[in-house]
Design a protein around this ligand. Structure first.
Ligand code: GLA
Length: 705
């Protein structure tokens, strides 16, 4: 016991106590407590019961079977059937203020493992491993997992599920013996298995409970596991799923895992989100863009689909500028052979039949109107009905000799083929160098079924080549912003966000559905990276109809845009777009820098979402009525995060047009406003108004003294 040392890493609120001897073990990860490390050691060491191994077995950062850890190992592999149960011993430790890097060796197996562990000032932990083959012969790596411990009181989970047009759905479940596991084999981050989860104490909620949130930053196949060991200890593990034979390290070669990000809060889910949001803003997002106000988009997709006529598109741009739009984007349908979703992908040449005068007149028109110009691409994809496929059928990502199902009539290009990679870079570079393009939407509309290169499994490398392609484009065109889209929210994770600027959260622009999708996304991402558009009143993906007020307020709480054909809209709708664009511009500095609060409600039919400025001088709150209220009166709106000592002026900024007609009368504060202390707003609150299902209201809090 005594030849071990304890070190601690501390954030603002979080503490990691790590014991280092032959191996590293996290003894405590939770709320920061000051005190004597030796006392901590005495307090944290475990008893050893009868009926199992005679000594204590540690849950290290890479569980090892050879040390008697009967859990999912951190490293699994072999060298021609040998060296399959490595046991690593620490050889070197480098400690800095906020991180430790641990080098461990297994001299027999000829392997070195480097483990990085960091806790930053936003209370976000990140960890990853690098495994190196140090011996002659090929070391086949089956698994390399990141493992973090959870305390025994973490006994509930919030996990994610979803599908196309239904992303970021959350579900609660107890964490029992047997644990939880999710596997994603779709070759992209996926709609179905967003790579994150939250573990917490019984009944943890938005405001209460200890929670430990995890996000695995990888845009391909992954496995997440939360396991309860037979002795009651528990841990979270995240790893890339390596397909058979795909990681084979020659002597001297290494493989590095993606980063696993994690954060603890003892103030429930809101506290956890505050950590992740600050971390994303300060550390993940490309730094050169964080201060720029995010321009309001007009995206042509749901307005005209594949029906492109330059004159008409220019009239759309004119109308957009009149409404206050700041960036005009031509979506799918502009390139050769692309008249529907069955052909053309891969032929990244302007369709001269549709654009006989080229793209310049449109870009210039858009720029003259004071807007930026953006263009859609789906670089990794190919239709068999394309010149590219006819010339290079061998560029397909496929296992030769087998058929594979299409997705949206298309196939994936093998980015590991250098010629294909260079062709795609050249095409993107051509457009970005030729036209004044400020933004591209980088789409990926199908899943990966046969990720092979030269016959061998190559899913991991395909994802890395995708990162390299984006990086290469960014390096040459650092000012161009990129939106990551994959049929909506199929590629949303921290690793993509290091090289892109926003996400298309969903192809579903139905405001009611968006309320849930955006909420699910808000646990890990701040609002400014979430593309959120006002769609047509008759929603294309659900066929529901919603008022402009409900659509406007729902889109307000992200990076806002409009996605329809403004030319065809009626005057009342246009006035609505203009109104919400103005509102967004006014509130944008607050929305895109403040603290998000998901406010608990007494009735599930409501969803309340707030953003409070960092200096607590203002806040904006959206009350969304998702369904019929359960009772005729709905309790109180209580707003956390304001300065308890300060006085705030409360005013309604926006409400449904029928607001006063649906009841005898509404709460007086919603008519004439009122002044209240921050403490009152948090502790007692304001009587909830009565709203129809599928409508919303916006309330502003401004500090007056
Ligand atoms: C995907 C995207 C949409 C749109 C279409 C174009 O579905 O998610 O927003 O760009 O592709 O084909």
């Amino acid at each position: 016991m005594t030849d071990k040392t304890l070190i601690e890493l501390t954030g603002q609120q979080t503490q990691l106590i790590v014991e280092l001897g032959e191996y590293a073990e996290i003894l405590h990860w939770g709320q920061k407590v000051s005190g004597d490390l030796n006392g901590f050691r005495m307090a944290l060491h475990r008893p050893v019961p009868y009926g199992r191994l005679d000594s204590d077995v540690s849950m290290t950062l890479h569980p090892e079977l050879g040390r008697g850890v009967f859990s999912s190992p951190g490293v699994e592999g072999h060298r021609d059937g040998q060296d399959w149960a490595p046991v690593f011993v620490i050889s070197h430790i480098e400690q800095q203020q906020d991180s430790i890097v641990i080098e461990s060796e297994d001299a027999i197996a000829g392997l070195r493992l480097q483990t990085e562990l960091k806790l930053d000032s936003n209370d976000v932990v990140k960890t990853r491993h690098t495994l190196t083959n140090k011996k002659a012969g090929v070391y086949h790596v089956n698994r390399l997992a990141n493992t973090l411990p959870l305390p025994a009181r973490a006994n509930e989970l919030m996990t994610y599920y979803g599908r196309w047009v239904h992303e970021f759905q959350t579900v609660r479940q107890p964490l029992l013996q047997g644990g939880y596991q999710q596997e994603n084999r779709r070759g992209r981050t996926s709609h179905e298995h967003y790579p994150a989860l939250v573990a917490g104490t019984t009944h943890f909620d938005e405001m209460n409970g200890d929670v430990w949130g995890f996000h695995f930053a990888w845009s391909g196949n992954h496995r997440l596991r939360v396991d309860v060991k037979a002795d009651g200890r528990r841990y979270m593990q995240a790893e890339v799923i390596y397909l058979p034979g795909e990681v084979a390290l020659k002597e001297g070669e290494s493989i590095t895992t993606p980063w696993l990000y994690a954060s603890h809060s003892n103030c429930g889910l809101n506290g956890m989100s505050h950590h992740f949001h600050s971390h994303v803003r300060e550390t993940i997002l490309p730094s050169d863009f964080t201060d720029k106000p995010r321009p309001i988009h007009l995206n042509t997709w749901e307005g005209i689909y594949f029906d492109h006529d330059p004159e008409y598109i220019m009239s759309m741009a004119t109308q957009s500028a009149e409404m206050g739009v700041e960036r005009f984007i031509i979506d799918d349908g502009w390139f050769k052979g692309r008249n529907g979703d069955k052909a053309g992908l891969g032929d990244w040449f302007l369709c001269e039949a549709k654009y006989p005068n080229g793209l310049h007149p449109i870009v210039e028109h858009v720029n003259k109107l004071g807007m930026e110009f953006g263009l859609w691409f789906e670089p990794e994809m190919i239709n068999k009905d394309s010149e590219l496929f006819r010339t290079h059928p061998d560029w397909l990502l496929a296992v030769n000799g087998y058929d594979q199902p299409t997705g949206r009539n298309q196939y994936v290009i093998n980015l590991q083929n250098d010629e294909a990679f260079n062709f795609l870079f050249e095409r993107l570079d051509h457009f970005l160098s030729t036209y004044n393009i400020a933004y591209i939407k980088w789409d990926m509309n199908r899943e990966v079924v046969q990720p092979a290169h030269l016959g061998q499994a190559a899913a991991h490398n395909q994802t890395q080549r995708y990162y390299q392609l984006v990086d290469k484009v960014r390096e040459k065109h650092p000012k161009v912003e990129i939106e990551s889209c994959a049929a909506g929210g199929g590629r949303i994770d921290f690793e993509v966000l290091k090289r892109t600027h926003r996400f298309w959260a969903s192809d579903n622009n139905d405001a009611l559905e968006r309320q849930t999708i955006q909420r699910g996304m808000s646990y890990f991402f701040p609002p400014e990276v979430m593309g959120s558009h006002i769609g047509a009143s008759h929603c294309h993906s659900t066929r529901r109809r919603h008022s402009i007020e409900f659509r406007g307020l729902t889109a307000l709480f992200g990076h806002m845009g409009i996605e329809l054909d403004p030319v065809k809209e009626e005057q009342a709708e246009k006035e609505g777009f203009e109104r919400y664009i103005k509102l967004h511009k006014m509130l944008r500095p607050l929305l895109h820098s403040g603290r998000t609060w998901r406010i608990p409600t007494d009735d599930k039919a409501h969803q309340i979402h707030a953003v409070v400025s960092n200096d607590q001088s203002e806040a904006v709150v959206m009350i969304a009525q998702l369904a019929m209220p359960t009772n005729s009166l709905s309790g109180h709106l209580r707003v956390p995060g304001l300065d308890p000592q300060a006085t705030y002026r409360v005013t309604v900024l926006d409400k449904p047009s029928n607001y006063d007609d649906i009841v005898n009368y509404q709460p007086p504060w919603t008519e004439s406003g009122c002044e209240l202390s921050g403490a009152w707003c948090e502790e007692v609150g304001l009587t909830m108004p009565i709203l129809d299902a599928e409508s919303a209201m916006l309330v502003k809090f401004e500090r007056i003294h």
